[in-house]
Design a protein around this ligand. Structure first.
Ligand code: UD1
Ligand code: UDP
Length: 384
């Protein structure tokens, strides 16, 4: 029997981190030819992930330009995908999450009548503009997809509410699979500065911020809040790997650079980031992925956004929404720095997002869908 040609399409850092273990898992299956097409919506940040996970794409659209717009990303991906699909002839295309690459990848697959598997399906805020444009991207992909790999039962319920009832699999999030391969107690950082941070003596606050809906006033407020925190607490060090977006870099330069106890560094390779998180006291972020990783490592997270599509760790008590107001963010961080009780209530490891077996379940579900496996994989169930 011919091998199934399963093509994973991704373009940004988080998609790559979360798809890398799946590309590998598929490659380990004798029934599958695992193909990898990158749009390179991100260039350097994608290449860094490809290097960490030792992935060699079969196709590279190389679309990134500085300050790219949503329209240019989508149109370049769509045009480029035509040739990739015509040449690589996949039996199924896998897309991940909610980026512009995800949307364009799914739409292109549909134009070529290739079935689509959506990894990380069913996340919702039900607010069209937050996160922007991700909430709409993932809804549009839900309309196109044939197979849905939901990280949690809650994600599956969202899809059921929308009338999507077939081919839903609860798998856990593949980011936990990735995390299991990167975090090690004896890890030595390539970025020398990270080997010399005062872990244990001071509280390391790990920061990231990049979302489009935070561009402008919210991002200014966030930067000023970070500045307030660093100035008010001598026992902290803020470590902030700054996203390569020029909009983010301008905000950092205008409002945060030069503040004592703030380390502004370049984006970190995924393994360094994960190990730094494991040694941090607290995570401050507007990122999606960090909201999933930090709880698994027992690190409290304050989310600098108005809402989240990841309510599971909020319910478990390890993630709190801090919003985008300067005083509120500074006050919430202050409480976690000064009150051991408040910190203790949030700092416990929970794993609502996966058990490290998501890729196995997804690969099994694909084989089952194509009649190459008799048994449908069981759903992921969080422990406890
Ligand atoms: C994108 C995703 C967002 C995801 C984020 C992860 C969309 C619409 N947004 O947002 O969902 O959370 O990636 O980080 O798909 N740049 C570089 N080098 C890089 C990467 C980015 O120079 O390796 C700069 C470029 O100037 C680029 C800009 O950053 O134009 C913005 O990148 P873009 O992919 O458009 O948006 P993100 O904010 O990264
Ligand atoms: N990450 C990384 N290096 C960094 C910052 C983040 O490897 O300097 C990782 C992080 O651990 C997570 C992913 O990138 O796995 C999250 O990506 P990002 O915050 O860019 O996007 P989002 O998850 O918000 O879509």
């Amino acid at each position: 029997m011919e091998k199934l040609r399963i093509m994973s399409v991704f373009g940004t850092r988080p998609e790559a981190i979360k798809m890398a273990p799946l590309v590998r898992e598929l490659a380990s299956r004798p029934e599958v030819e695992s193909l990898c097409c990158v749009t390179a919506q991100h260039r350097q940040m994608l290449d860094s992930v490809l290097e960490v996970f030792d992935l060699k794409p079969d196709w590279d659209l190389d679309i990134m330009t500085p300050r790219q717009t949503l329209s240019t990303i989508t149109s370049k991906c769509l045009t480029g995908m035509d040739e990739a699909i015509d040449t690589l002839k996949p039996d199924m295309i896998l897309v991940h999450g909610d980026t512009s690459t995800t949307f364009a990848g799914a739409l292109s697959a549909f134009y070529h009548q290739v079935p689509v598997g959506h990894v990380e399906a069913g996340l919702r805020t039900y607010d069209k503009y937050s996160p922007f444009p991700e909430e709409m991207n993932r809804k549009l992909v839900s309309a196109i997809a044939d197979l849905y790999f939901c990280p949690t039962m809650n994600n599956k319920k969202n899809l059921l509410k929308e009338g999507i009832t077939q081919e839903l699999f609860v798998t856990g999030n593949t980011v936990i699979d990735a995390l299991k391969t990167t975090v090690r107690p004896d890890y030595h950082f390539e970025t020398e500065e990270l080997n010399h941070l005062p872990y244990g003596e001071k509280k390391i606050l790990l920061v990231t911020c990049h979302r489009r809906e935070n561009y402008g006033e919210p991002m200014k407020n966030i930067m000023l809040a970070l500045r307030d925190i660093a100035l008010a607490h001598e026992d902290v060090e803020l470590v902030y790997p700054v996203h390569l977006s020029p909009v983010v870099r301008e905000a950092v330069d205008s409002y945060l650079r030069g503040t004592p106890r703030v380390h502004l560094i370049d984006p970190l390779p995924a393994d360094e980031m994960h190990n730094l998180m494991a040694r941090s006291y607290l995570v401050l972020t507007d990122s999606g992925g960090l909201q999933e990783e930090a709880p698994a490592l027992g690190k409290p997270v304050l989310v600098m956004r108005k809402e989240t599509e990841r309510p599971e760790a909020v319910a478990a008590g390890t993630v709190k929404l801090a919003g985008v107001d300067r005083q509120t963010i500074a006050a919430m961080v202050g409480e976690l720095i000064d009150s051991p009780e408040a910190y203790g209530q949030m700092a416990h490891a929970v794993n609502p997002y996966g058990d490290g077996e998501a890729c196995r379940r997804i690969a099994d579900a694909i084989l089952w869908h194509f009649g190459r496996l008799e048994e449908r994989p069981g759903d992921y169930q969080p422990a406890g």
